[in-house]
Design a protein around this ligand. Structure first.
Ligand SMILES: O=P(O)(O)OC[C@H]1O[C@@H](O)[C@H](O)[C@@H](O)[C@@H]1O
Length: 304
């Protein structure tokens, strides 16, 4: 099945396949050879590759791909809860659900489509979801890959209920890095953060860029809309541009916590760093009929 059959149009660079568990996956390809793979399990990006075929996202060698388990790696979507800040399962239920391809989404700006390979996914609550979170919503996710390999995710969450609700959200992005001790994050200096390792106590980051020598699980508050992850060893920089996502999660489990995770290799913490565009400290509230948009654009470039 190709995109023409899915959406009834002539878009190229979009292919729908099935994995060995029968879950549909959408492969996006740019004309220059970059690619991305999105699973309908969780609406999760599983892979993002450069035009030279280099994988830019980390996925654990022990990841479990069978729904409803969340996949350890890629970009899981945390919704309607981040972490355990609420009564729902960790990071909310969206990442464990099977999404559908949305053939007829409400239009986005032409810049979000022109010259890009893209797919629109949709999640609506099941009867089971409504029992644990009694709010009717429509969550539309556009994933697009530009000719230059930039990957963009646009989430639109609409309240289709007759009463307000609020939620938190994160694009839980597992970047692939050469060696965590060679990584530096810029754009979070001087910000306040909540430290998940200290009962969410509030601290202020000092002036320097972030480097890593132990476990980190922080939510930086009210960051600017650009954050950069420098990988010195291979001279590669990830640039994260975000809109509607004031907070930034930074997570690396380091050695001890890694050993406690069944779907994560003991030494794999060296090859990954999660840096998420998120809304956590001040959840989004939507009145009936209102919609929220959160946008994340990822690009990669050689470090100069
Ligand atoms: O193991 P999960 O549910 O995918 O979450 C991964 C991690 O996500 C981080 O953001 C949290 O701070 C950690 O506490 C958590 O372990």
């Amino acid at each position: 099945m190709n995109q023409s059959e899915v959406a009834g149009d002539q878009r190229t660079g979009v292919e729908v396949t099935k994995d060995k568990n029968g879950v549909e996956q959408v492969v996006l390809r740019s004309p220059r050879g970059a690619s991305a793979r999105v699973s309908l399990h969780g609406g999760q990006i599983l892979s993002w590759k450069t035009d030279r075929g280099e994988e830019l996202l980390f996925t654990s060698s022990k990841a479990i791909f069978k729904p409803p388990t969340a996949v350890r790696g890629g970009i899981p979507i945390c919704f309607p809860q981040f972490g355990n800040r609420g009564s729902l399962e960790q990071h909310g239920f969206a990442r464990n659900k099977i999404w559908v391809i949305d053939d007829n989404p409400p239009p986005l700006h032409p810049n979000d489509s022109d010259g890009k390979s893209y797919i629109d996914l949709l999640l609506k609550p099941s009867q089971e979801d409504l029992k644990v979170w009694p709010h009717s919503f429509e969550f539309r996710l556009r994933v697009s890959l530009a000719a230059d390999g930039h990957l963009t995710m646009i989430s639109r969450i609409r309240n289709v209920n007759c009463k307000p609700f609020s939620f938190s959200f994160a694009y839980h992005t597992y970047f692939s890095v050469s060696d965590i001790s060679e990584v530096r994050v810029e754009g979070l200096e001087t910000l306040d953060y909540l430290d998940n390792l200290c009962h969410r106590e509030r601290f202020t980051e000092q002036g320097d860029a972030l480097t890593f020598e132990s476990e980190v699980a922080r939510v930086y508050l009210n960051s600017s809309d650009i954050v950069a992850v420098f990988d010195h060893e291979i001279k590669r920089t990830f640039v994260i541009r975000k809109e509607g996502l004031p907070d930034v999660v930074v997570w690396n489990p380091w050695d001890k916590t890694s050993k406690a995770m069944a779907d994560f290799g003991d030494e794999e913490y060296r090859q990954m760093l999660c840096v998420d565009g998120a809304v956590i400290e001040k959840p989004i509230s939507l009145k009936p009929g209102e919609e929220w948009t959160g946008r994340l654009e990822l690009s990669v470039m050689p470090t100069i």
